[in-house]
Design a protein around this ligand. Structure first.
Ligand SMILES: NC(=O)c1ccc[n+]([C@@H]2O[C@H](COP(=O)([O-])OP(=O)(O)OC[C@H]3O[C@@H](n4cnc5c(N)ncnc54)[C@H](OP(=O)(O)O)[C@@H]3O)[C@@H](O)[C@H]2O)c1
Length: 311
C-alpha cells in the first residue's frame, strides 16, 4: 500500500510517500480501507519530535474514514498511535464509529476528532448553558470553527471568535459568530461584561489574555497549546475573580466509551440537522501531505484539511 512515512523528525519535507506493507490488525482492532485521513495540529508537533514522539519510521495521522474490512461498513476512527496517512489503517474498535447514512466521508472525518474535542470542551468541561456568552480561540481552525457552530447550536447568546487575519475573521463571522477579533486581549472591549465561557487552544499569553476576559463565575477550558496553563494561572486570582479553569484531553474522552459514543452521536445528529458542518479547507493527495503540513504551520488553513489517500 501507499503511505506517507516519517523517517526523521523535522520539517514537512520529511514526510515522504512510500510503498510499505499493510498494517496487521491486533486484538480489538480492524483494518479499514481508507478514503480520507485528517490533519490535526498535533501532527505537526509529532513530526517535529516535540510532542509524543513515536518510534521511527512512523506513519502519522490521527483520524481516518473508510470501509471496514470484514463487514464493509463505513466507519470513522481515531488513531492514538498514528497510522492515518495510509491506504489501509489498523483502527481500535473502541475508537471507531459507524458513519450514519447522509453523512459523507469528508464530513465524518472532519467532525469526529476536532468536533469531539470542541463539544466536550464546551459541554463536558465547560458546562455551556443556554444564554452564555462564549469566546473561542483560533476560531477559524479545525477545532475552533466547529466550536463556534456548536456553541450557537447549543444556545449560546453570543459567540466571539479570535482569528489572526481579516480573511479568517470573515470566515468566523460566516459561521454565525456575532463578532471576531484579532487577539484575545481585544475580547474585553468586544464583549462588555466578559465571556461566560472561553475555549482556549493556544496557551501562554493567549490563554492569559483570554482568562482576563472571563466574567465572574465564568469558565476557561484549555485543550492544550503552546504554553502551559500552570505558567499563566494563579489560584488566588481565580478565587478573587470567581472564575474556573478546566482542561480537556481527548484521551480521557476515549477512556470513557459512553461519553465518546454519545458525543459522536450528537455531532452526527447536529450535522444531519444542518446545525454543524465541517468546512473542508483543502483535500490533498498523499504526495502533498508535507505541503499541507507547511500550510497549517504557516497558519494558512481554515477548517479541516483532508488527505485523499487514494489519489
Ligand atoms: N485536547 C485535545 O485532546 C485536543 C484535540 C484536538 C486538538 N487539540 C488542540 O487544539 C488546537 C487546534 O487544533 P487543530 O488541529 O484544530 O488546529 P487548527 O486550529 O486548525 O490550527 C491551529 C491554529 O492555531 C492558531 N495559532 C495560534 N498560535 C499559533 C502558532 N504559534 N503556530 C501555529 N498556529 C497558531 C492559528 O490560528 P490563527 O492564525 O487564527 O491564530 C492556527 O490556524 C491545537 O492546539 C491542538 O493541539 C487538542
Amino acid at each position: 500500500m501507499r503511505a506517507v512515512v516519517l523517517r526523521h523528525f523535522g520539517g514537512p519535507e520529511e514526510l515522504r510517500p512510500e510503498t510499505v506493507p499493510e498494517p496487521r490488525a491486533g486484538e480489538g482492532e480492524s483494518l479499514v480501507d481508507v478514503t480520507y485521513a485528517g490533519l490535526n495540529f498535533a501532527d505537526l508537533e509529532i513530526r517535529e519530535g516535540v510532542y509524543a514522539p513515536p518510534a521511527l519510521p512512523a506513519v502519522l495521522g490521527a483520524d481516518v474514514v473508510g470501509r471496514r474490512r470484514g463487514d464493509g461498513r463505513r466507519v470513522v476512527a481515531l488513531l492514538r498511535q498514528g497510522g492515518g496517512y495510509a491506504q489501509v489503517a489498523a483502527v481500535r474498535d473502541a475508537y471507531t464509529v459507524e458513519v450514519p447514512d447522509g453523512i459523507d466521508d469528508a464530513q465524518a472525518v472532519g467532525l469526529l476528532e476536532q468536533g469531539c474535542t470542541a463539544y466536550c470542551a464546551l459541554v463536558t468541561a465547560g458546562r455551556l448553558r443556554p444564554g452564555d456568552s462564549v469566546g473561542v480561540a483560533a476560531a477559524a481552525g479545525g477545532v475552533g470553527h466547529l466550536a463556534v457552530q456548536l456553541a450557537l447550536a447549543l444556545g449560546a447568546r453570543t459567540v466571539t471568535g479570535v482569528a489572526s487575519t481579516a480573511r479568517k475573521r470573515e470566515f468566523v463571522r460566516s459561521l454565525g459568530a456575532q463578532a471576531a477579533v484579532a487577539e484575545p486581549r481585544e475580547l474585553a472591549e468586544a464583549v462588555p461584561g466578559g465571556v461566560d465561557l472561553y475555549l482556549d487552544s493556544v496557551g501562554g499569553a493567549g490563554l492569559t489574555a483570554g482568562l482576563a476576559a472571563v466574567a465572574p463565575f465564568g469558565r476557561l477550558v484549555s485543550v492544550g497549546g503552546r504554553g502551559k496553563v500552570s505558567d499563566s494561572v494563579a489560584v488566588d486570582e481565580l478565587t478573587d475573580r470567581s472564575v474556573g479553569v478546566y482542561g480537556l484531553w481527548m484521551r480521557r474522552v476515549l477512556e470513557a466509551p459512553s461519553l465518546f459514543a454519545r458525543t459522536a452521536d450528537r455531532l452526527f445528529a447536529l450535522a444531519a440537522a444542518g446545525l454543524l458542518t465541517a468546512r473542508i479547507d483543502r483535500v490533498v493527495p498523499l504526495a502533498e501531505v508535507g505541503a499541507a503540513h507547511a500550510a497549517m504551520a504557516a497558519r494558512e488553513t481554515m477548517g479541516k484539511v483532508l488527505v485523499d489517500v487514494r489519489a
